[in-house]
Design a protein around this ligand. Structure first.
Ligand code: UDP
Ligand code: MG
Length: 346
């Protein structure tokens, strides 16, 4: 049997500090996997630049020109981790039998990719990397993340506990994933829905090797909220339930107040009145806001805007790579005007 072609997809946003190390380590690993005949010699690492503002793309691009095993994909602007990942997965899928996604910061143990491949050879279509513990995360990150998994579970969303976006997917699984057309694609929730033969590999999560987290609290909360509302309508049900409960309560109270009135000892009642106005008003606002959230999601889905736009694909340059290298010095390469070159090479 021919060895399978593997592509390792790495989304990168302002990762210039950690990128050289990531490139080197992943490159070495890929070489080892090739030597052990676990993956084909055609295997690649695909770096997706998610509209970085630093030298990230320049580094990816140059490496891509020099190194046959490196491919660079530059997105036209920052679209966020999930969409950058999707851009990478769908681009990689075309030329690969299986794709592994991993963060640029080397927090996930890259040696696990070897285990992923072994499982793939055994016939698994999806392999999840799962963290054993979160000792290296701050207490804050650990507890918020765990809270998130618990809430999702309560809301009936099936997530793999302590699994981030470090996983292997086969070409077939990716083809099926592509059929999920939703714009609000929450990968961690969707992938388990695919089914197929799956397995799990456990590993120790390490510290970020360099640079800073690109997920500050605000983004984390937005991510969690998005995950919940993309996957579960329990919040709406909950609101509906509150609605029913307060309706019945008001019937009961109504009856009670009427009896009081007929018995002749009416309260002045200002306190209860004003309290209930505020209470109901608040509940209504919450309910409307929440429903608005879902309407907003529907609005986005209805538009079906593309999730990402590719600017440059280093495997799809207007001029063959070797010709570029012969024509110009490495440092000039980055500033090439592709439209001009394409003209002059006609
Ligand atoms: N990332 C991205 N686009 C963004 C934010 C992050 O592609 O808008 C990438 C980032 O470069 C990294 C991965 O997503 O490879 C995960 O980000 P990070 O490690 O900062 O998140 P954390 O591990 O702290 O949750
Ligand atoms: Mg990280």
């Amino acid at each position: 049997m021919m060895e399978p072609v593997l592509t390792i997809v790495v989304p990168c946003y302002n990762e210039e500090e950690v990128l050289p190390e990531t490139m080197m380590k992943l490159g070495l690993l890929l070489q080892e996997l090739m030597n052990d005949e676990l993956v084909s010699k055609q295997s690649k690492i695909l770096f997706v630049d998610d509209g970085s503002k630093d030298r990230t793309w320049e580094m990816i691009y140059k490496e891509g020109l020099k190194n046959d095993h490196v491919r660079g994909l530059k997105l036209a602007r920052n679209v966020g981790h999930q969409n950058a990942l999707l851009a990478g997965l769908f681009t990689a899928k075309e030329l690969s039998d299986c794709v592994v996604s991993i963060d640029a910061d080397l927090q996930d143990d890259i040696q696990v990719i070897r285990d992923f491949m072994l499982k793939f050879h055994e016939g698994c279509e999806i392999v999840y990397g799962v963290r054993k513990g979160r000792d290296t995360d701050t207490f804050f990150k650990r507890s918020t993340a765990q809270g998130f998994y618990k809430i999702m579970k309560m809301l009936g969303v099936d997530l793999i506990y302590n699994h981030a976006d470090f996983r292997l997917m086969s070409k077939r699984a990716l083809q099926e994933l592509e059929r999920f057309k939703e714009v609000n694609l929450f990968l961690r929730g969707i992938v388990p829905l695919l089914g197929f033969r799956t397995d799990v590999v456990y590993y120790d999560r390490l510290e970020r090797q360099a640079g800073e987290t690109k997920y500050p609290l605000k983004k984390m909360l937005a991510f969690a909220f998005d995950g919940i509302t993309s996957f579960s309508i329990s919040p709406i049900r909950f609101v509906l339930m509150i609605g029913f409960v307060s309706f019945f309560m008001s019937l009961v109270f109504g009856g009670y107040f009427l009896t009081l009135k007929f018995l002749g000892n009416t309260e002045t009642g200002w306190t209860s009145l004003i309290t209930s106005i505020w209470l109901i008003g608040g509940l209504q606002l919450i309910a409307i806001g929440l429903i608005g959230e879902y309407v907003g999601k529907i609005y986005k889905e209805a538009k079906q805007r593309p999730k990402y736009i590719v600017d440059i694909d280093s495997f799809n340059l207007p001029v063959p790579r070797h010709r570029l290298l012969n024509q110009t010095g490495e440092d000039e390469l980055y500033n090439l005007d592709f439209r001009k070159i394409a003209e002059s090479n006609k």
